[in-house]
Design a protein around this ligand. Structure first.
Ligand code: UTP
Length: 271
């Protein structure tokens, strides 16, 4: 069973500047609810019991959001507002599940994951990138089911237009398992249209083996000088580790860019 999830939150969020110069983008409301809570709901509904947040000193407000008990207790005593009480209870439930780990230099997603090494107990864990919101269907849950069936690592995948490939990590596929699932031979980061091995892009949901930590600890910085999780994944695939690309059935929303963030609120308000 997959019981632990890692959520890297220590990035700079430069695409959402100037907001992110003073605010953690993951707390920005999407249709009235902080983006990170959609991700937490997805985890809880998928059966995850422990969530490791990778934050930085600059993003301590994320921890404060979950550790403001004194404030809530005072307000609830004074105002007896049912809504506030319910929100507080929800935050308390999340707080009990979350462990905080620090990455004070944003050296890349791979480095963020490496920071959690000593807390990961099982053979496999879930990793979610919070900028990638998936609504309508629980992507993590369907990936966990797939992992159980094939005892394999799993990554979320989405068909994209060929002329957009240079913005994404693109899968090199091997065998087709069925309509929505493929074995992966590799991942190519941001290829040109000519060099793109498929039109299937990597989306921020991963079921990864604990073995990845030893790969991460040996990795040198890759594209853009960052330590990429995809480089460690490629190294595992080279060692014959099984990886499945799962074309998920939900709707993908990109909350990491300003236009995507605005669109996300509109899409969720229609649900
Ligand atoms: P991104 O690189 O897509 O987002 O990282 P960013 O760095 O936050 O924002 P931009 O690109 O400057 O606008 C994907 C996820 O990985 C986390 C980010 O917080 C984001 O949730 N991340 C990224 C880390 O935790 N550490 C890193 O070193 C890099």
């Amino acid at each position: 069973m997959i019981k632990q999830a890692i959520i890297p939150l220590a990035g700079l969020g430069t695409r959402l500047l100037p907001l992110t110069s003073v605010f953690a983008k993951e707390l920005l409301p999407i249709n009235g609810k902080p983006g990170i809570e959609y991700i937490l709901d997805e985890c809880v509904q998928a059966g995850i019991r422990e969530i490791i947040f990778v934050i930085s000193n600059k993003k301590k407000m994320i921890k404060n959001y979950f550790y403001n008990d004194k404030f809530y207790k005072k307000i609830i005593k004074k105002k007896k507002d049912k809504r506030v009480l319910q929100e507080y209870k929800k935050i308390l439930r999340f707080k009990k599940m979350i462990r905080f780990v620090y990455q004070n230099k944003p050296l890349g997603t791979g480095d963020a994951v490496l920071k959690t090494k000593k807390y990961i107990k099982d053979k496999f864990f879930l990793m979610l990138l919070p900028d990638d919101l998936i609504i309508k269907k629980n992507c993590s849950r369907s990936m966990i089911a797939l992992h159980k069936k094939y005892n394999s690592s799993v990554m979320a995948s989405m068909n994209i237009k060929k002329n957009n490939v240079s913005r994404w990590g693109i899968y090199r596929l091997s065998k087709k398992i069925n309509k929505n699932n493929y074995m992966i031979k590799g991942v190519v980061e941001k290829p040109t249209i000519k060099n793109a091995p498929s039109n299937k892009a990597v989306i921020g949901r991963y079921i990864l083996p604990r073995k990845i930590f030893s790969k991460l600890s040996k990795l040198k910085p890759g594209k853009g000088g960052e330590i990429h999780i995809t480089d460690a994944i490629q190294s595992l695939i080279n060692d014959d580790e099984k990886f499945i690309a799962h074309n998920f059935p939900g709707k993908y929303l990109d909350c990491g860019s300003m236009s995507g963030y605005i669109k996300s609120s509109l899409e969720i308000s229609k649900l």
